[in-house]
Design a protein around this ligand. Structure first.
Ligand code: AMP
Length: 429
């Protein structure tokens, strides 16, 4: 199948071809013709499947007929985070470059004055986060009666973030006759209820099983004996010195830890920056751009901030914490091994992660292979301590063991993980 077979017009096809795409992804092949036929669509797909183009391309086609009126957007795309909204806006601009369509972006951190001016002139598409959108609706700045097309993206993430009441309200205030495109990586009962209530006989396009993890990602688990933060940070740095990291996204469960870990890495002269919801939008945007450009090697992130970000070619995902929700594990490790490349995901676990880890391994239907630090001493019950150096990852070339004579670069004491603070030059800023 080619893009020509999907029913898209020549201007859209030209923009697609200039994006370098030749073959539609399964979600695109499944969803685009249904959207063009005017059907509601329920897309069960994760990020990385090409789902953004699966709704933006046919929307552009549909919107190319007709004109926008003041304060009455003709279509809306709702995204859970500002980054995702901005990313979809970028995609929209790229694919609609041969059309005269106007767009506004309603997210925190972007000056509302400019966007309000656009809304006043009339927009074909409004891309927004739910809270901002409803806020402006309640102030009378937006009228919903012209919305023909509504896209709800990353619905399961919206559920996790507590946005479902907002989404339900958005459904209620937009015309019953609208066409709805609804995307979610998973279908928990609450999402199913929303779909059953607000979508009209949707075409279901499912492209990846929620519990499947990319086959191109090698997964490893490093079990630590305690939850002591220093031990964890030391272990983390040793992983970084053992692994051939090109770059990595490092996930923490809490925003506070995102900051602490990023600071600690920087102190050890590792190029790292934090990204989470409490940082100003301008900082988040700049950090992301620097990471994409390779100026920052380690992006230390919370789940929410990193969700859905399109960052190709990440060599490693490091889970500083075992995620609370098993689904987040899939999303996190899906940040590497994209587009057929291979990637490595290494998760640190401590005794308190016992339950969360069990849930992940049940979901994966197999235990995550063990990761060993070079020189790590492993004691099994009723066994004498034994060197496990031979059990480092088989794909790894033997690496020089950290010299115990070298001093750590900080005053953090040696805590038995064998890390000596030595970093490969590559990671130094
Ligand atoms: P998404 O799932 O929408 O975040 O898309 C993931 C990545 O796939 C993005 O970098 C897109 O630019 C890219 N992409 C989308 N559609 C195609 C396609 N048909 N062929 C190749 N790459 C694509």
């Amino acid at each position: 199948m080619t893009f020509d077979d999907l029913g898209l017009g020549p201007k859209t096809l030209k923009a697609v071809s200039e994006s370098g795409y030749t073959v539609p992804t399964p979600i695109q092949a499944g969803a685009i013709p249904k959207v063009l036929q005017g059907q509601d669509v329920l897309g069960i797909a994760q990020t990385g499947t090409g789902k953004t183009a699966s709704f933006t391309l046919p929307m552009i086609e549909i919107l190319s007929q007709g004109r926008a009126k003041a304060r009455m957007p003709r279509s809306m795309i709702i995204e859970p985070t500002r980054e995702l909204a901005a990313q979809v806006a970028e995609n929209f601009e790229k694919y609609a470059k041969y059309h005269k369509l106007s767009m506004a972006l309603l997210i925190g951190g972007v000056s509302f004055g400019d966007q309000d001016k656009k809304l006043m002139q009339g927009v074909d598409v409004l891309i927004a986060t739910p809270g901002r959108l409803l806020d402006q609706f309640d102030r009378g700045k937006i009228l919903m009666s012209g919305v023909q097309l509504l896209v709800i993206d990353e619905a399961d993430r919206m559920l996790d973030m507590g946005f479902m009441p907002d989404i339900e309200r958005i459904f209620k205030i937009t015309p019953f006759t609208r066409q709805t495109l609804f995307f979610s990586a998973t279908m928990p009962p609450e999402i199913k209820r929303i779909v059953d209530t607000f979508l009209h006989n949707p075409a279901k396009v499912e492209v990846a099983r929620p519990e499947s993890t990319a086959k191109t990602v090698s997964q490893f688990l490093l079990s630590l004996p305690s939850n002591d933060p220093k031990t964890k940070r030391n272990a983390l740095r040793q992983i970084m010195s053992q692994e051939k990291l090109k770059n990595a996204i490092l996930f923490c469960n809490r925003k506070r830890d995102v900051d602490v870990v990023a600071k600690s890495l920087k102190k050890h002269k590792i190029s790292a920056e934090p990204i989470h919801g409490d940082l100003a939008q301008s900082i988040r945007t700049a950090t992301l751009a620097s990471f994409k450009d390779g100026k920052i090697k380690i992006l230390v992130a919370s789940d929410v901030a990193a969700r859905g970000l399109d960052i190709p070619d990440v060599s490693h995902v490091l889970n500083y914490d075992v995620p609370f929700h098993a689904e987040d594990y899939v999303h996190r490790i899906g940040r590497t091994g994209r587009a057929g490349r291979t990637g490595t995901a290494i998760t640190l676990s401590t005794p308190i992660d016992h339950k969360a880890l069990a849930a992940i391994e049940t979901m994966l239907k197999k235990p995550i292979p063990k990761y060993f630090l070079q020189g790590q001493t492993v004691t099994k019950k009723s066994e004498k301590p034994k060197r496990e150096v031979s059990q480092t990852k088989p794909t790894q070339k033997p690496r020089r063991e950290p010299s115990r004579n070298q001093k750590p670069e900080t005053n953090e004491k040696d805590n038995g993980t064998g890390f000596d603070g030595n970093m490969p030059d590559f990671f130094k800023k």
